[in-house]
Ligand binder design. Structure first.
Ligand code: FUB
Ligand code: ZN
Length: 658
């Protein structure tokens, strides 16, 4: 199944266009300022000799600059702002100067430990950073046509091929990313050695002999190297009295589960934290750090598309099923625990402890997209939509200049959106994903076309003759979607439309073509209840094969009653509670909208709930209004929008007895 380059799809959507504009006009420039202020860009200036100073930030700081470049390139493709082009060119120039002649680029080692390479692959993210460099090169090339950054990426990839092809299992990165990046580069260049190295990196996972000892040694070595960096910094500060270390205020505290320290050691030493506990085909449950897990699954699914492999696909499907039925929050958030930034046990989904990092939701989007392309099953596109609107969208504030990192489903205070984080992996990750949104809406295989997302847009296809599709969508607020079909001449082809899982059996969707009602399949029945009450497996594609003519118009009606979703009985603390959802949106109670109401103990009267347009709220939303059993008015807002008005309290799960 063929993917589209995002820039060939033009998004014109009442909901998304505004957000993408904020991303393009504000978020990307704000992020650049923050990368500058925190010293991330200067690290490259130090290497290129443009500036004197001391390297700042985490060992993986380079990746934030690379993700920013990718986001900027994707934005530039549809909104070519010369200011953005200038910043991209400046950064690419720095990378050209900083990269060694043989392709190495990792400021942490180059500045602190010149001459040392690949010494701490499990912890220090060296290959992860090279992966983001490669992804940026690929994105910049497809967005601008320029080969400048692509050449840097190719040089880096060639070095990796030289140093890592046919080497041992310890030559795997503790944080997956390089695998999917090499696969993307292979797709653009056709170079088979990138495919082969990505395959080997994946196959090597979970095979390090004596892993606990290996990891322990790597931790010890990393501690020693960190101590050396501190000494170097002290010495630099002593020689440069004007120097002050770049420091960011602490991020939002994440609540800790009991026995976190012990569980952390077990998680790490067993290999689960970094998905090194078993070979990839035996990894049938989501474990450990949830961003790493998502990138691993994305790469495995990409590889499976390039080299079909039923056993790998089977492992991916089992892991997905386990995640969706037992280890995912109702928002689509992933990661129940802060100590490992990742997955807990089955049904361990405490709303307040939820880590649910924005990047974990994004990793899941990438994975689900690959699964949708591989299997053509609607459940993957459905989860994509759900996470796009909820678990991922919550990461960026309405101004584009404030962010959430961890995303609990209940907050009693102490959590607010921040302009930046000491670990700023999420903002540019979200920006690059939004800027590429066009590529996730449609796919094509010959004369079959899939509409995965109902996002207002226009796209051009080649089905042996030119075909244009236009989607006009009222989602997520309104229930109508119109699709106009414009083949150059009448043509027979199949249009696959997704019937979302959130179309309740009680109020089914309807479809008409040129005013004629069409039969739709009966809603699917759930097999085993999903932990969170949201079940993407209820989605299905409707194949519509016919002779289509220019001007044919499809009208879809997706009723959006307010649903009260119940958690699986095995989820502790969820009895008598429900999550309120409408269409693809999860709602929450924020105390600012509910003065005088204790949002954690109030009993909501389900019969009182109605959806009401609230133009004054958060830029204009459809709010859910109702009342408590004691007659107090309540207002629920989309979860993705909470925290936009300063620090507050919030809960997704509300008390609803009946
Ligand atoms: O370690 C690199 C990135 O920073 C991870 O993906 C995030 O979870 C954060 O730790
Ligand atoms: Zn992140």
């Amino acid at each position: 199944m063929q993917e589209f380059v995002a820039s060939t799809v033009r998004i014109e959507d009442p909901f998304w266009s505004g957000r993408l504009d904020t991303n393009a006009r504000r978020a990307i420039f704000h992020q650049w300022q923050q990368l500058e202020a925190s010293g991330c860009i200067d690290n490259f200036r130090l290497l290129s000799g443009e500036k004197d100073g001391f390297r700042e930030g985490w060992f993986f700081a380079d990746s934030d600059a690379f993700k920013w470049l990718e986001a900027a390139a994707c934005i530039y493709a549809s909104q070519p702002d010369p200011r953005l082009a200038g910043l991209m060119d400046e950064l690419i120039g720095l990378l050209e100067a900083a990269q060694t002649a043989d392709g190495y680029l990792f400021t942490y080692n180059q500045l602190h430990f010149p001459g040392q390479r690949w010494v701490n692959l499990q912890i220090e993210h060296e290959l992860y950073c090279h992966g983001h460099l490669i992804e940026a090169g690929v994105a910049h090339h497809s967005a601008t046509g320029s080969r400048r950054l692509l050449e840097i990426a190719i040089k880096a990839a060639d070095l990796l091929v030289h140093d890592f092809l046919t080497s041992g299992p310890e030559n795997t990165c503790g944080h997956e990313e390089i695998e999917l990046a090499l696969l993307r580069l292979h797709q653009v260049t056709g170079n088979e050695s990138y495919l082969e190295l990505a395959r080997q990196f994946l196959e090597r996972r979970g095979r390090i002999p004596g892993y606990p000892l290996h990891l322990y040694r790597q931790f010890k070595q990393h501690e020693g190297r960190s101590a050396q960096v501190r000494q170097l910094r002290q010495a630099y500060a002593a020689e440069h009295p004007a120097y002050s270390q770049s420091r960011l205020p602490p991020g939002n505290a994440a609540k800790k589960a009991r026995f976190s320290t012990l569980r952390w050691y077990l998680n790490a030493l067993s290999g689960k934290y970094m998905q090194q506990h078993a070979p990839v085909r035996r990894q049938t449950a989501p474990v450990g750090h949830s961003v790493r897990f998502g990138y691993l699954e994305t790469a495995a699914a990409m590889l499976q598309r390039l080299i079909p492999d039923p056993s790998l696909l089977c492992a991916l499907e089992r892991a997905w099923e386990r995640m969706v039925t037992r280890r995912m929050y109702v928002t689509g958030g992933l990661g129940s625990l802060s100590f490992n930034e990742g997955f807990g046990r089955d049904y361990e989904l405490d709303p307040e402890l939820a880590y649910a990092e924005t990047c974990a939701a994004l990793a899941s989007l990438f994975w689900n997209w690959q699964m949708a392309l591989t299997t053509r099953q609607a459940k993957y596109s459905d989860l994509f939509e759900w996470q796009l609107y909820n678990a991922a969208a919550v990461g960026m504030g309405l101004t584009g200049e404030s962010y959430l990192y961890n995303n609990p489903l209940a907050a009693r205070g102490g959590i607010s959106r921040k302009a930046w984080y000491a670990v700023p992996c999420c903002p540019s990750n979200l920006s690059r994903t939004w800027a590429s949104l066009g590529k996730y809406i449609y796919s094509q295989d010959g004369n079959e076309i899939w509409v995965h997302q109902y996002i207002g847009s226009q796209a051009a296809f080649d089905i042996g003759q030119p075909l244009r599709l236009q989607v006009l969508s009222g989602l997520p607020w309104q229930e109508e979607v119109t699709i106009r079909v414009e083949p150059e001449a009448p043509a027979e082809f199949t249009l696959h439309l997704r019937l979302p899982s959130w179309c309740a059996a009680s109020s089914p969707a309807s479809l008409s073509i040129n005013g004629q009602a069409q039969p739709l399949p009966a809603p699917l029945a759930p097999k085993q209840p999903a932990a969170s009450g949201y079940d993407p497996r209820l989605a299905q594609f409707i194949p519509l094969r016919r002779l289509w003519s220019a001007g044919d118009t499809l009208q879809l009606h997706f009723p959006m009653p307010i649903l009260t979703r119940r958690a699986h009985p095995r989820l502790k603390g969820h009895a008598g509670k429900a999550a309120l959802t409408r269409g693809p949106l999860v709602y929450c109670l924020e105390n600012l909208d509910n003065p005088g109401v204790d949002i954690f103990s109030a009993q909501v009267e389900p019969a009182s709930l109605r959806a009401e347009f609230a133009p004054e709220l958060l830029g204009g939303i459809l709010a859910l209004r109702g009342q408590t059993d004691s007659g107090q008015a309540i207002t629920a807002i989309p979860y993705a929008l909470w925290g936009n008005r300063g620090e507050s309290q919030m809960t997704v799960w509300v008390n609803i007895e009946r």
